[in-house]
Design a binder for this molecule. Structure first.
Ligand SMILES: Cc1cc2nc3c(=O)[nH]c(=O)nc-3n(C[C@H](O)[C@H](O)[C@H](O)COP(=O)(O)O)c2cc1C
Length: 275
């Protein structure tokens, strides 16, 4: 077996981070495209290799690629988006008819029964604590599978989005009736897959120096409550949909970011270090 050199390792990392950076939530697909089942199987295979708590693999993937069934799934999500507009006012949403142009839609189901395999306490108090963490383990496991699939989709030259609306009560109930799964399973992730009809190479990311804390939590990087509120009130739709990684590149950066410009673009969010 040939030995890998450090240069080979960097090459592997360069390819890997390229896929990670290019994975994008795209909500516009080219019409009329198709892919072979083999491509769809490769995506599922990436999901299958995700880590999960106690290796329970609490997921199933429904691959909807038949156009008739896909259109029915699209209808469920159009209704889901309408409810979002009515009941979650202010949340930026996109009309879901774009889903009709997908080559397939992956529905990622989570099976909560498998949580029994996660740690459980022997006292009431410890059980309450473990139960809370069981939830974290469950959702993180499903998230890992979805992320693996999104990365595989990018590596295969396609693009996708990550829709969470299937986890809502009414939407999951509609999907379970349509697709025939027991309604105690839940569609935590819906991944529309297609060929992008627009370039969405970049998206806002916090500067690396703001995210990393070396050896201990660095209080100058604490994000204040005001910043959380400011994001919700002023920045959210732009940070979600605009195509710049660095907010300094926004033409209207000064106006949009106001007094929080440094907090959103540098390594220091909290110069006073008060938490
Ligand atoms: C758990 C989770 C739930 C999400 N739910 C939705 C959703 O319901 N609809 C949607 O259009 N995007 C959804 N997204 C996508 C995010 O909006 C998107 O990842 C984020 O704006 C960053 O953009 P990027 O994925 O292009 O980097 C979700 C992402 C995650 C991780």
């Amino acid at each position: 077996m040939s030995e890998k050199t450090p240069d080979d390792e960097y090459k592997t990392y360069a390819d890997f981070i390229d896929v990670i950076r290019r994975r994008r939530s795209v909500r516009q697909f080219e019409k009329g495209r198709t892919v072979s089942p083999d491509v769809l199987i490769k995506i599922a295979e990436a999901g299958r290799w995700a880590p999960s708590g106690a290796n329970v693999q609490p997921w199933d993937f429904i691959i909807v690629e038949e156009s008739e069934m896909r259109n029915k799934v699209v209808e469920v999500f159009i209704q889901q988006a309408n409810r979002l507009k009515e009941y979650a006012k202010g949340f930026p949403s996109v009309y879901k008819s774009y889903l009709a142009n997908t080559v397939a839609i992956f529905i990622v189901l989570g099976d909560p029964r498998w949580k029994i395999n996660f740690p459980h306490g022997v006292t009431q108090e410890s059980e309450a604590d473990y139960l809370r963490n069981n939830e974290n383990i469950f959702y993180c496991s499903i998230g890992a599978a979805i992320q693996n699939m999104q990365l595989a989709i990018t590596a295969l030259g396609l693009t996708s989005a990550w829709l969470s609306g299937g986890g809502e009560e009414q939407t999951n109930s509609d999907l379970s009736k349509l697709l025939g799964y027991p309604s105690f399973l839940r569609a935590y992730g819906t991944i529309p897959v297609g060929y992008p009809s627009k370039d969405a190479a970049y998206r806002y990311r916090r500067p690396l120096g703001q995210v990393i804390h070396w050896n201990r939590y660095e209080p100058q990087k604490y994000r204040t409550d005001e910043q959380v509120d400011y994001y919700r009130e002023k920045l959210r739709p732009f940070a979600m949909y605009r195509h710049e990684e660095d907010l300094n590149e926004w033409e209207d950066a000064d106006e949009k970011l106001g007094k929080w410009k440094a907090a959103f673009t540098t390594g220091v969010t909290n110069p006073s270090e008060k938490m």
